[in-house]
Design a protein around this ligand. Structure first.
Ligand code: 13P
Length: 336
């Protein structure tokens, strides 16, 4: 394991003012999102939409890495340059989603375990040769009646650690993503407790399996009430509970925490990050973003109505806002 390379890549991914763009929707998810805005899904429309985003002027100051899906890492920009090569030429690390999706967990109706360990070593080798320097694996945890079960927690934690170890062996920084979903009517204290459980279990497995924590990144949910909870609380409460949960349950040697947006509004995702980074305490890790929807939802909508440039502007704006939130320098007036 090349710990020096892993630590360097991880530090670069969470450099000041920078964060990650998650553009790794599977073909199914990306097709649904295109259809929802009236665009016929195909390999070419998925490529054209993403190539336009990637060629946005000057977003490198806000974006350190882009997570790609298998189809995209093999595609080319309009001028024929392979996409990973193009990103690297702009000082942006190409990343790759390597899980093969969340599948039904046997004997546990409604719960899922993320698959993709078979052949993972060989796939990581190929992706590294194509230019990828980091990877992502997403586990999903649903809160509900009797959920999550211990089986849901332990199987996902075990798989996340196995994935992380294999990636590191092959020179890829693993983004470890245990996502507690926002679906449901649970309160924020329940989200806090479940998030703490999956984090404890994941890092215990990482320890048992020898994962090199300074060469990894964590991609967690924020601690928020469920979408249908009557008490939605305040942004300040969400930011404080998130920081409290992470401080107590995430190893302090991990270089960075890159949040997912998970269905928050664009502005909530930015505001929460801004509040956390504006606190009068020195956090042990960088607090950054690895947003998908909160960086691209508006850009996709705009692209579908025909303007490449306006789509780039919409993405560049969200990237700039989140970049400011890395240092607590964002404010709502800047959204105008
Ligand atoms: P969202 O920010 O849209 O939740 O996506 C991030 C991600 O990569 C989820 O796996």
């Amino acid at each position: 394991m090349d710990t020096e390379l892993l630590e360097k890549t991880a530090r670069e991914l969470v450099a000041p003012g920078r964060g990650i763009l998650a553009a790794d929707e599977s073909n199914g998810t990306m097709s649904n999102r295109l259809e929802a805005v009236g665009v016929g899904p195909s390999p070419e429309t998925r490529r054209a939409y993403r190539a336009n985003i990637f060629s946005t002027p000057e977003y490198e100051s806000a974006i350190s890495g882009v997570i790609l899906f298998d189809e995209t890492i093999r595609q080319k920009m309009d001028d024929g340059t392979p996409i990973p090569e193009y990103l690297a030429s702009r000082g942006i690390h190409p990343g790759i989603k390597v899980d093969t999706g969340a599948k039904e967990l046997a004997h546990h109706s409604g719960e899922k375990v993320t698959e993709g360990l078979d052949g993972l070593r060989e796939r990581c080798m190929e992706y590294f040769a194509m230019g990828a320097r980091f990877a992502k694996w997403r586990a999903v945890i649903r809160i509900g009646d009797g959920m999550p079960s211990e089986a849901n927690i332990s199987t996902n934690a075990h798989a996340l650690a196995r994935y992380a170890a294999i990636c590191q062996e092959q020179g890829l920084v693993p983004i470890i993503e245990p996502e507690v979903l926002m679906d449901g009517n649970h309160d924020s204290q329940t989200c806090f407790e479940i998030t703490a459980r999956i984090l404890d279990s994941t890092f215990a497995e990482c320890k048992a399996q020898g994962v090199h924590i300074p060469g990894a990144l964590l991609k967690p949910n924020m601690v928020l009430p469920g979408k249908s909870c009557r008490d939605q609380g305040t942004r300040e409460k969400a930011a404080q509970m998130t920081v409290d949960c992470l401080t107590a349950h995430v190893p302090h040697e991990i270089p960075g925490i890159v949040f997912l947006s998970g269905g928050q509004s664009d502005e909530d995702a930015t505001a929460h990050l801004n509040l956390m980074n504006g606190m009068a305490v020195e956090h042990p890790w960088q607090l950054s973003y690895s947003y998908g929807r909160a960086l691209l939802a508006h850009a996709l909508q705009t692209w579908s109505s025909g303007s490449n440039e306006e789509s780039q502007n919409a993405f560049a704006h969200r990237a700039a806002m989140n970049s400011l939130a890395r240092s607590g320098d964002w404010s709502t007036e800047l959204e105008a």
